[in-house]
Design a protein around this ligand. Structure first.
Ligand SMILES: NC(=O)c1ccc[n+]([C@@H]2O[C@H](COP(=O)([O-])OP(=O)(O)OC[C@H]3O[C@@H](n4cnc5c(N)ncnc54)[C@H](OP(=O)(O)O)[C@@H]3O)[C@@H](O)[C@H]2O)c1
Length: 260
């Protein structure tokens, strides 16, 4: 089965209005999949869908949703109930930088809602159809930040650890139903997500294109994919070091990022 037969005819991408989600949209359209583009900035989704539809002859649906809204699912489900969604890219996410105790509590709760709760809800809802059809795929955009508890990104690193573990567990659980699941773990990547500045950041930061193409290549072959050689080396050493040291070292790097 080729990619479109295995994971088509429709793919849903959360967080498609920017960064990695937008890149997923471009690469999946190039593979001939129709797209449900999900995020809050609808005008961006419309513009992206229109241009991809003109370029590749695909269909698209721009669905506006705030994934932090406790009741976001019913309207999203209504707008997609007639579609066979064979691939879900659970990608929307954000971080709150800085000292946990100084951050706004509501913003920290929204982070958990978007990065974790919404990913669970979408996987549970769209996974039903995939199981019935005995084929499909789900990619969770986790992060290398999910391999350690990271000061100044405490809630964020915890949320990415959640995505990582959920994806790995579902990878094993859903395989017998013909559903491939991948935990995509990018390191720093040029998007709207964060400002990576300075020599080390520039050396480590990747473009969105290879991160996404690697994930799409890995789907069905791997359960966890860390983007980029330097990030894989980073994760390798993270696993070797005592967990406490990881937090100290990552805290040092992230303190520098959040200052910008
Ligand atoms: N860039 C990195 O360095 C990096 C590294 C590791 C992991 N990641 C992960 O990669 C994923 C994508 O991030 P990115 O780097 O592409 O960042 P980005 O350029 O900031 O894009 C984030 C996307 O998430 C959507 N989003 C955020 N809050 C939302 C909400 N409440 N409801 C609906 N959509 C929402 C945004 O859309 P709207 O604002 O239009 O709603 C946007 O499309 C995230 O899960 C992030 O944790 C990024």
């Amino acid at each position: 089965m080729d990619f479109k037969q295995q994971y088509g005819p429709w793919a849903m991408i959360s967080g498609a209005s920017a960064g990695l989600g937008e890149e997923f949209a471009k690469q999946l359209a190039a593979k001939g999949l129709n797209l449900v583009l999900l995020a809050r900035r609808t005008e961006r989704l419309e513009a992206l869908g229109k241009s991809l539809s003109e370029q590749y002859g695909i269909e698209y649906r721009a669905v506006s949703a705030d994934l932090a809204d406790p009741d976001f699912l019913p309207p999203v489900a209504d707008q997609t109930e007639d579609l066979e969604i064979g691939l879900l890219i659970n990608n929307a996410g954000f971080t709150n930088n800085g000292d946990f105790l100084d951050n706004d509590l509501e913003a920290e709760i929204r982070l958990v809602d978007v990065n974790c709760r919404a990913a669970v809800i979408l996987a549970h809802h769209y996974g039903q159809g995939m199981r019935a059809r005995k084929r499909g795929g789900i990619i969770f955009t986790a992060s290398i930040a999910g391999f350690a508890g990271i000061p100044f990104w405490a809630n964020y690193s915890a949320s990415k650890s959640f995505d990582l573990k959920l994806a790995e567990a579902l990878g094993a659980e859903l395989k017998p139903h013909g559903i491939d699941v991948l935990a995509l773990c990018p390191g720093s990547t040029y998007t709207e997500f964060a400002t990576y500045d300075g020599l080390i950041s520039n050396l480590l930061t990747m473009k969105a294109k290879p991160v996404v193409s690697g994930a799409l290549k890995g789907l069905g072959r791997k359960r966890t994919w860390v983007a980029g050689f330097l990030n894989r080396a980073n994760v390798f050493f993270t696993r070797l070091l005592p967990r406490k040291w990881n937090s100290v070292l990552f805290g040092f790097v992230v303190r520098d990022i959040v200052k910008h």
